[in-house]
Each structure stands twice: as C-alpha cells, then as structure tokens.
Write a protein that binds this ligand. Structure first.
Ligand SMILES: [Cu+2]
Length: 503
C-alpha cells in the first residue's frame, strides 16, 4: 500500500478486488491530525495496489475499523459507525463520521447521504442481514450496541439497535428493539435460521478508560420475525476488549478472546476485583449451542454439494429428504475480527426439490454473492423453528467444480465437541461425547419441558491455545493525556445517553 494503516477496513468487491479504507498511519496522530483519507484497491490477479484519487471527493475521514458493507449496486455503505475513539481520535472534519455515506469504487468518490439519527456509533457491531430470493436488489444492515457520538464521544454503552434498508443509493434507517443489555464491543453472529446472536462486551467503552467497564456476560438472540431479543445462557468469562465469535460449520458458535488495555492506561490489574472486567488477557474459548440443536428433531443432512460454483449456475445439492427442506443458503466464511465483519453475508437461494436432490440458483449479481468461500446450509422448518444442517464448504468463483465439497465438522449432536477428551484419556477422542461435567448436547438428550435450552461449554485449554491463533488479539501501548479526554468523554457520554433515552 502507499499508506501505512493501523485499523483500516477491507471490503471485498464483486470482482474479487479489495478496497482498503481508513486507518491511521501513526497511533498518535500528532502530525497527521486524521485518518488516512484516501482508499486503495488491491487487485489479486495483477498483485498490485492502486491509490484511488480523482480529487477531493476521493478523500474522507472515517473512524477506525469503519463499518463498511458492499451493497447490491456495487457501492460501499458506511452507516456512521466504527471505533470512533482511538487515542487522539479527533479530527478537524470528524463530524462527517456521523453521516451515512456511500463510496463508489467505479468513480472513486464518496457521497454524503444524510446524518445517522444517532450521532455516530462507536464499538457497535454492524452486520448484513440475510438476502432473500427475489429481493437481491435491496439489503438490510443491523447495527447494535456501542456508544454514541464522534470523538471523544460517549463512554457509556447503549442498548440501541438500528436497521438500515439500502436500495440503490437510497437508505432508510429505523430504530430496532433495544438490546436487553447495553453493551460496547459486542459481537453479532448470524445464525443459519436467520436469527442474530449478540454476545460479549462491557457496559463502558474500555478504550476511553480501560478496566472501568463491567463485562456483559449474558448473550441475547434476535428473532427478526418477532422483532425482539431474548436472553441466552451466560458465558463463564469476561470478554470485553478484543474478543470475537464466529459461526462454526456445525451450526454452533465459537466464542473467544479478551485482551484489555492496561487499566487506566497504567498497569494490568482489576480496577474493582470481582466487579469490573478482568484486566488480564484471556485466550480461552467457549462453544455455544443454539436453540435449534434442542428442538428434538433430526437435522437435515447434506450428502453431496459441489466444491465450487459460479454465478448464474444451477447448483445441485443432495440431501436425505429434499421435500422437507425449507431453505438453501450460502453463508460467507466468517471473518469477524475487532467487532467488524465487513464482508460476511448470508444469501438464501431460490431452489426446487425432487427426491433427494435440490437445485438452487446462484445469483448473477457478484455484489450479492461476492467471490470467496461459503458454507452451504440447508434448513428444515419445524414447529419450533428452522433446523440447519451441518455445512459443506464451497468456493464461489469464475469456475464451477463438481467434486464433492468438504464437510469440515461432523454433526456435533452426534460426535461431541471438538473431539474433547473424556477424563483420563489422552489426546482428542473422535466420537467422545462432550466434556467432563457437561451432558451431551442434542436431540438425543434434549431436556423435556425446557424451552430455549442453550449452553456454553468450555473448550479445554489445550485446544484453546491451538485455536488462539485464529483470533489475533493485541494490546495497545500506554498513551498520555488520556485523563483529560476521558473526563470530557464521560461528561458528553452521560449527557448524550440521557438525551437519547428520553427521545
Ligand atoms: Cu484494538
């Protein structure tokens, strides 16, 4: 790249090129007084970076880790959220961070749409909701949690949610139902049944004042049809700054990480032991089993899917019983990090069923299904809700490949968690059912009479440390003069929150 960038955002385009936007060249922006204002594009075929500049409209001030999403017409949507408050996060034109905007990769220019009614969001999670057949020209984005305000902004987490509906250059934004728990630095995981799992975070922005937050351990599940959140089983660890969670191919959620900045930018140590968040790093993982694993019905099984598909193709998927299948989905392999998943997407496909065969149509629009690896899920509708299969993984690209797709994980309800060892055994034991102290999950042992059974199980430390490489977490260095800015941020944050909750 032409510019050094710390905490930029990457967006995959429909043709496979990647746009990078924002980030700072120096952590403390003493000379630069802002973000890197120009974007660059990486072309994997030519192995080159190109600076995108045609004039002032090519430049922009974005927050760190700006929440950017590719829209069906090939433009990149910015809804007014990111990590607003970095050390010395202020910039002369930072008010534009609260504007909804579009970047057009073809003209290399930004355009301002209108202000986000919440005046900028920080440390919230922004994610694309499922694309539905027949409606590929529009896209919905869900943003949830975080603080409000541009730098120095607010310190207190909010429970606010917003749903952006994007059609062409037109964006409508509406407040969604509030989370039950205000949370900053939360993660959202889209499930194959279309629900959204929100987890992690703290009740305060722990970059503004590290260690001051109280961890929010209770996750919640958003049901788009009921338009409401429901509390789920709590995690056993604090995961505030630098955590992540992704959907596993077997339909469970892998949750992990925690790497806080030293308390008050001093030394690592709990501010109020037992109350405020753990101020030490935590490389542990947990696995969450969603309600659909407890419906007491068998999961649909994919017996064949192709290793590669291309746009406009009819994809053949073999299943155990095609007539029972409700949805065929492509779910982009998750790349969530730093509470951003710019490129993740779930696309429901139109399909027909015959015998054991599903024939699904891959969209022609490369901006809806961007090139890359995808989970293929099929779901079965039951009285309690949709039940997904275990995923096969296919590559979407210029060429199809009818070789069988890989199925990287077996059905966890049959073979246990991560091949975890029973007590006394050494090494992974494929087929061993679950962890010491945890009963096996799944239909065979579903607890009768209990609705929404869901649970977190701990991944043994030996496996956690191997997995830790998947989640890069890093600490930031100490920064001077934080106290002044913190005081300012606290004051504004309290006022902003009072104002917003009185709306
Ligand atoms: Cu960070």
């Amino acid at each position: 790249m032409k510019y050094g960038r710390w905490y930029p955002s990457l967006v995959v385009l429909g043709d496979g090129r990647i746009v990078v936007a924002g980030g700072v060249t120096k952590l403390i922006k003493s000379t630069q007084l802002g973000q890197v204002r120009r974007t660059e594009t990486f072309d994997p075929a030519a192995n080159t970076w190109t600076e995108n500049y045609v004039g002032p409209q090519s430049e922009n001030e974005l927050p760190l880790m700006a929440r950017l999403h590719l829209t069906p017409n090939g433009k990149i949507f910015y809804g007014g959220s990111g990590q607003m408050w970095g050390p010395f996060g202020e910039a002369i034109d930072e008010v534009t961070m609260a504007m909804m905007q579009m970047y057009d990769p073809s003209t290399k220019t930004w355009s301002m749409l209108k202000p986000n009614p919440l005046p900028g969001r920080s440390g919230d999670y922004s994610m694309i909701l499922p694309f539905h057949p027949g409606h590929y020209d529009s896209m919905k984005v869900l943003a949830h949690g975080g603080t409000v305000g541009v730098p120095p902004g607010g310190e207190l987490a909010t429970p606010f949610t917003q749903i952006f509906t994007i059609r062409g250059d037109n964006v409508d934004v509406a407040r969604g139902p509030d989370l039950h728990h205000a949370r900053w630095y939360n993660v959202g995981v889209l499930l194959p049944d279309g629900k959204v799992f929100a987890l992690h975070g703290a009740d305060k922005d722990e970059v503004i004042d590290p260690g001051s937050g109280v961890a929010v351990r209770t996750p919640e599940l958003y049901d788009p049809e009921a338009n409401s959140w429901t509390d789920m089983a709590s995690e056993s660890r604090d995961r505030t700054y630098h955590n992540s969670a992704i959907l596993l191919p077997d339909g469970r959620v892998l949750s992990g990480g925690h790497s806080p900045i030293p308390a008050h930018y001093g030394h690592h140590g709990d501010v109020i032991p037992g109350t405020t968040s753990n101020n030490q790093k935590d490389s542990s993982f947990q696995v969450w089993s969603p309600p659909y694993l407890f419906y007491g019905v068998s999961r649909p099984q994919i017996t064949y899917a192709p290793a590669g598909v291309t746009w406009g193709q009819h994809m053949t998927v073999e299943v155990d019983d095609a007539s029972s299948i409700d949805k065929v989905e492509l779910y982009r392999l998750p790349t969530s990090q730093h509470v951003v998943s710019n490129n993740d997407r779930l696309v429901e496909l139109p399909f027909s069923a015959s015998g054991n065969t599903l024939t699904a149509s891959i969209p022609t629009n490369h901006n809806v299904v961007t090139p890359g690896g995808y989970y293929i899920f099929v779901t079965r509708k039951t009285a309690k809700g949709e039940v997904p299969s275990v995923a096969a993984i296919t590559m979407v690209g210029n060429e199809s490949n009818s070789d069988p797709a890989i199925v990287p994980m077996q059905d966890s309800t049959r073979v246990g968690n991560f091949g975890a060892s029973p007590p006394g055994a050494s090494g992974p034991q494929p087929g061993a059912s679950n962890l010491p102290g945890n009963p096996p999950v799944g239909p065979e042992t579903a607890r009768p009479g209990i609705q929404y059974v869901q649970e977190f199980v701990s991944v043994p430390q030996a496996i956690s440390s191997k997995l830790a490489g998947f989640f890069r977490s890093e600490g930031e260095g100490p920064v001077a003069l934080v106290a002044l800015l913190t005081a300012l941020g606290l004051g504004l944050g309290f006022r902003a929150r009072r104002w917003l909750t009185r709306r």
